[in-house]
Design a protein around this ligand. Structure first.
Ligand SMILES: Nc1ncnc2c1ncn2[C@@H]1O[C@H](COP(=O)(O)OP(=O)(O)O)[C@@H](O)[C@H]1O
Ligand SMILES: [Mg+2]
Length: 243
């Protein structure tokens, strides 16, 4: 049996009075794309925010490659190779595409005692390459993120995850607010993750999208997992009934 890339055991989360996660058990295999669906309030975002280091679980264990980990911050998630793209995008609109790609991970010309001089030329060259690698063609790496469409912004976020060789890419409703054409593009990115060596976790309320781009589907309801099946072993009808 293959060791799961992510293994979650008996995960609980309370927000004051709300029991948002009630003993979640989930294994995600390396290079699979797992769809996570469920009604509003089911606990999907809470689960992925715990994996992204935004929230701490109140109880339970998380293993990455079989090793027990403590994902104490977004930085520690990043160090474990977990990158997250939120629906409203986690990037800074007033910064350039280039700066957004490298924020917190700028290449340095040199560094003394933790302080360094950013290598802007290298950053710009790598940014252009990173963006082209996800088949996104932008005029300049210096353009502001605010000048891009929603789909292009998601493309930049995906390019960032690819460039820094993330092992896990979590996408929380990445196609919200996107046009049909842009949505297709984002779903194509998602479908291509395994061949890039990346494991995906896609949250979506659109079952068609999940069936198009995932290998597996996990349904959450009221803080619990109520269904977990390979895509070829289930149907949109069965998932709809379980919601
Ligand atoms: N920061 C928060 N503070 C208090 N309650 C929250 C917070 N985030 C989520 N919740 C509650 O936790 C439950 C699960 O929410 P969430 O994980 O956002 O579900 P989903 O993403 O599936 O819609 C809901 O009842 C929601 O109201
Ligand atoms: Mg949510």
């Amino acid at each position: 049996m293959i060791t799961p890339l992510i293994s979650v055991r008996n995960l609980h989360k309370w927000y004051s009075g709300v029991h948002a996660l009630k003993g979640i058990n989930l294994d995600v295999r390396p290079r699979e794309v797992c769809g996570l669906v469920g009604d509003n309030g089911a606990g999907k975002s809470t689960l992925i925010k715990i994996l992204a280091g935004v929230h701490r679980p109140d109880q339970g264990q998380i293993r990455i490659d079989g090793q027990l980990v403590d994902i104490s911050s977004p930085k520690s998630a990043m160090r474990l190779g977990i990158e997250t793209i939120y629906q409203d995008n986690s990037m800074v609109p007033t910064m350039s595409i280039c700066r957004n790609l490298f924020v917190g991970r700028e290449p340095l010309l040199f560094s003394i005692g933790g302080l360094g001089l950013i290598d802007h030329r290298r950053m710009r060259e790598e940014a252009i390459q990173a963006v082209a690698n996800v088949d996104l063609h932008l005029r300049s790496a210096d353009a502001l993120l605010s000048e891009l469409s929603g789909g292009q912004r998601q493309g930049v976020a995906i390019a960032r995850a690819m460039h820094f060789k993330s092992r896990v890419l979590i996408l929380d409703e990445p196609t919200n607010h996107l046009s049909v054409k842009e949505t297709t593009k984002v779903l194509t990115f998602v479908r291509m993750l395994p061949e890039q060596g990346v494991t995906g976790l896609l949250i979506s309320h659109n079952l068609q999208h999940v069936f198009q781009s995932c290998d597996r589907v996990v349904v959450m309801a009221r803080g619990e997992i109520v269904l977990d099946k390979a895509i070829e072993e289930t149907s949109i009808d069965e998932i709809s009934e379980s919601l």
